[in-house]
Design a protein around this ligand. Structure first.
Ligand code: ADP
Length: 407
């Protein structure tokens, strides 16, 4: 790279960072397959967040079939610019929209886009669109794990994560697994899975007809250790709303589907500014302290097959060896701890060369003792099975809450 090119690349990254720093949360919406309602979900998540008083941007980076302009009846909008910036379109109060559809006047143009060109356009969109201060930027992608999500994963390395949309039948679920693996590979945390088109409520007798089966998304999410954000039923009003460009969750706020959207969005509302999943925090500390271990040992206190809320009173520790690069479990053993006495566990786990502890609750003194021994502690993990917690950790989706026990 020539000196000029280096300078250009540096200034571009700086501008991108400055723009992204004005946005508290960046969320990717992915799906393994087309037609599962990903864009509908992305748009309705944006509207639900706006209805909660948040300032939201909705960015559609689908080169081959940008559907956000159609869903929101914004077709034919022309791009406006102001000095060096692109002005997003105001959809409703608190929602700004930018779509490649505003730029690609002719859908057939899309065939000429190749990977590196797409990356450049996406970089320009992220850098040049004048969103201003936003609480959330929701990014809608084409289905699959192609150049578009890969570019965004590289351009926004600190995104909050991805929501994966699926329908309940096995064929779609297979693709979701690919989306989850993709997120793992590119270090994008999985915020959760939404099962869309999950059952049709008969408008006459209110019986639920499971057109595409039901519950598959939830089972799969559990298996893969990612959060299940909820089921959105099939509702003809969703089609009607999107065909007429009305924000569904706003116009039909009382429907079961709108209520399900509201519930699915709750974890997003509870994310703290700049909050990272526990996995990211650990990666961050490791980077900072220059820890370059290839294999990490993670210990989880277990009682009756699930995480023990009271750290000092577990039956055994499930100890995993993790291949950091490939994010795999290499080995697992269960070890009963020595009889409980203050100070004994830090010494014992340090002898076992444990690097990280995933705990429910732990007193501050015990945490200090572990830190002194170079062991990191994640507190507030949910009372789930140790395998599920490890999967969540590996998928970057381990969400830790309050330290539920302080003794
Ligand atoms: P994708 O982005 O996955 O290709 P879209 O969001 O464009 O899918 O949705 C495809 C079609 O399905 C649209 O006509 C949309 O209105 C409809 N749709 C999406 N979700 C639902 C739902 N829960 N109930 C009824 N129709 C839906």
């Amino acid at each position: 790279m020539s000196a000029d090119e280096k300078l250009k690349s540096f200034t571009e990254s700086k501008e991108l960072k400055q723009r992204m720093d004005q946005i508290k949360h960046k969320i990717l919406v992915l799906s393994g397959k087309g037609g599962v309602g990903k864009s509908t979900v992305a748009a309705n998540i944006a509207v639900t967040l706006a209805m909660e008083g948040k300032n939201v941007g909705l960015l559609d980076v689908d080169f081959h079939g940008p559907s956000i302009p159609v869903l929101l009846h914004l077709e034919g909008q022309q791009i406006r610019t102001d000095n060096e910036s692109i002005i997003p379109v105001d959809f409703v109060e608190r929602i700004k929209v930018m779509s490649l559809g505003f730029m690609l006047q002719n859908q057939d143009d899309a065939v000429i886009w190749r990977g590196p060109m797409k990356m450049n356009v996406i970089k320009q969109l992220l850098t040049d669109v004048k969103w201003g201060e936003l609480d959330y930027l929701i990014i809608d992608f084409p289905p699959g794990t192609g150049d578009e999500p890969l570019s965004v994963a590289q351009l926004i390395p600190d995104s909050d994560g991805a929501i994966i949309v699926t329908t309940p039948q096995n064929l779609s679920l297979l693709d979701v697994r690919k989306s989850i693996s993709f997120c793992k590979q590119v270090n994008v945390p999985v915020l959760g899975v939404i099962e869309n088109m999950s059952g049709l409520i008969c408008p006459n007798c209110k019986t639920v007809i499971n057109v595409f089966k039901a519950g598959g998304g939830e089972t799969m999410a559990k298996e893969m250790g990612v959060r299940f954000l909820g089921r959105i039923p099939i509702d003809p009003l969703i089609v009607e709303a999107s065909d007429s460009g009305k924000p569904f969750v706003y116009h039909y706020a009382k429907t079961e589907a709108a209520v399900a959207f509201k519930k699915a969005v709750e974890p997003l509302l509870n994310m703290h500014s700049g909050s990272k999943t526990e996995t990211e925090k650990v990666i961050h500390i490791h980077k900072k302290e220059n820890i370059t271990k290839k294999v990490l040992k993670i210990a989880i206190p277990v009682v009756e097959g699930h995480l023990s809320a009271h750290f000092g009173h577990c039956e055994e520790f499930a100890i995993y060896d993790i291949d950091v690069e490939n994010k795999n479990v290499l080995n697992q053993e269960n070890a009963p701890p020595p009889p409980h006495e203050p100070g004994v566990l830090p010494a014992w786990l340090s002898e076992k060369k444990v690097d990280i502890i995933i705990a429910g609750g732990m007193g501050t003194r015990a945490q200090e003792l572990f830190t002194e021994k170079g062991i990191q502690v994640i507190v507030g993990a949910p009372a789930e099975g140790p395998d599920e917690l490890i999967n969540a950790y590996l998928n970057g989706a381990l969400a830790a809450g309050e330290n539920i026990c302080d003794h």
